[in-house]
Design a binder for this molecule. Structure first.
Ligand code: SF4
Length: 452
């Protein structure tokens, strides 16, 4: 059943819970917590070295793009210099050496995600070198989930062949919106023909799973225009679709000043756009997973959600409990043995720290036992849409406050626990993020990290 859009949500509830936080797990840029240093991350890695049986995922951040999209919330540098990319690859190799010197060479990883930026901004020899570096330092398990993000405007048939040959089996393309007015306003013009051509070539190449990203809440988006985009996306029949909320924050991202606030839909209109996506994808046989992903009934994420084992790590939703993530590249976010860590977001700072022989830490947080309990409870609620009362042990204050905030139809509270109502799903992310605000995390960004 398609969750109905809350018909008469009071404006104050929309204002409170409807504002977007970074949709993509890796788009958070750390602001504070500089007391956390290389020394603390090193300790977490030493502890990991003593647990050789631990599984983990790898995330590699490629911080380059050809041009900057005006809505961009990612950490990227615009460059046309191949030499600049080569320098980054040298530094990436060094970063992996520093980490594997501590945890051990060629530890097995069962998930690899290469994101950005635009990973396919790299030329073919550079893409091959990137994978050579990864595989020299880590063993990618035969059954590993291997994925890469690509910009369709930088993709070619030869490049897709190469990526497949390098071992990638999942690929994700950023589409955002297919309407010409919207595309012009966000500085990202890509025709439906081009997107379709790239998509079908990826299918022919043999990728096992193709994801398409959309964004709602962009300038000039209307219900009619967005419906056209949704229809075209459904016609392509991707395996997964991610539909993120646009976060307009020109103070932190000055390039967004080029997007005029008066051209943006209101919060209520944004919810309508998202509801339209939920309706279209549900009618086409997709299931709404977590807060913003749509997957086929047979998809492993769908099964994981049905079986209450869906998890969300620093890379995104995962069916396996890959709770530990080793992240590389500027701004990469990792999680190792109860420590959240983010690399220095600035490319030059990241390189400078590495040149000094330091792990390029920008900030981090060692989770206390209470932090860990809260994080697990919030993630469980976001992934599985319920929270058994028994999981609230030691979190009585938070549980009460969540029940109180989830009034007005967002949550259903019984003696057994909390269930998110169909209407409540639309504001669940905001509800969970606000939950963290009751604790002093030291920075807003870490709140988003603790309940991504
Ligand atoms: S391609 Fe992605 S990372 Fe690069 S500028 Fe556009 S939105 Fe940002």
């Amino acid at each position: 059943m398609v969750p109905p859009l809350p018909a008469r949500l009071p404006p104050e509830l929309l204002e409170r819970f409807g504002h977007p936080t970074p949709g993509h797990a890796q788009s958070v840029i750390l602001g504070g917590d500089t007391a956390f240093s290389d020394v603390h991350y090193r300790e977490a890695l030493v502890a990991l070295s003593q647990r050789p049986q631990d599984h983990f995922a790898l995330y590699v951040h490629v911080p380059f793009c050809h041009v900057r999209c005006l809505y961009c919330a990612c950490n990227t540098t615009i460059t046309h210099s191949e030499e600049r990319v080569d320098q980054y690859l040298d530094a990436l190799d060094h970063e992996m050496s520093l980490v594997t010197e501590i945890i051990g060479k060629r530890r097995v990883s069962d998930q690899l995600h290469v994101g950005g930026g635009t990973p396919n901004h790299l030329n073919e020899p550079q893409l091959a070198r990137l994978m050579e570096i990864v595989e020299r330092h880590f063993e990618i398990a035969e059954t590993a989930c291997t994925s890469v993000e690509c910009n369709p405007r930088r993709t070619s048939a030869g490049q897709l062949d190469l990526l497949y040959g390098l071992g990638f089996r999942r690929i994700s393309f950023g589409v955002q919106d297919l309407n010409a007015d919207v595309q012009r306003a966000i500085g990202r013009v890509q025709s439906l023909d081009m997107v379709r051509d790239v998509f079908l070539t990826a299918r022919d190449t043999g990728f096992e799973s193709i994801n398409l990203d959309l964004i709602y809440g962009l300038p000039f988006q209307t219900l009619a225009g967005f419906q056209h985009t949704l229809d075209q996306i459904v016609a392509l029949s991707p395996d997964r679709i991610a539909c993120f909320s646009y976060a307009h924050d020109p103070v932190s991202r000055p390039h967004q000043h080029a997007i005029r606030a008066e051209h943006l839909p209101s919060i209520a209109e944004k919810l309508q756009l998202f509801h339209q996506a939920v309706e279209s994808f549900s009618a086409a046989g997709y299931r709404w997973v977590g807060t913003d992903v749509f997957a086929r009934e047979t998809d492993e994420l769908t099964n994981a959600q049905k079986e209450r084992r869906l998890y969300r790590n620093a890379i995104g939703y995962t069916p396996a409990p890959a709770k530990q993530v080793l992240a590389f590249g500027p701004s990469g976010i990792g999680e190792v043995g109860g420590v959240l860590v983010q690399n220095a977001p600035d490319l030059k700072t990241w390189e400078r720290q590495l040149a000094q022989g330091l792990l390029p830490v920008g900030g981090g947080r060692r989770l206390t036992e209470q932090d860990r309990r809260r994080r697990e409870a919030i993630l469980y609620l976001m992934c599985n849409l319920e929270l058994p009362a028994s999981s609230a042990k030691g979190l009585e204050h938070e549980y009460e406050s969540l029940c109180r905030n989830g009034g007005q139809g967002l949550l259903e509270v019984t003696n057994e626990g909390i269930r998110v109502t169909p209407e409540g799903r639309y504001l669940l992310h905001g509800l969970c993020v606000e939950q963290d605000a009751s604790v002093d995390w030291g920075s807003t960004q870490w709140r988003a990290m603790v309940s991504p």
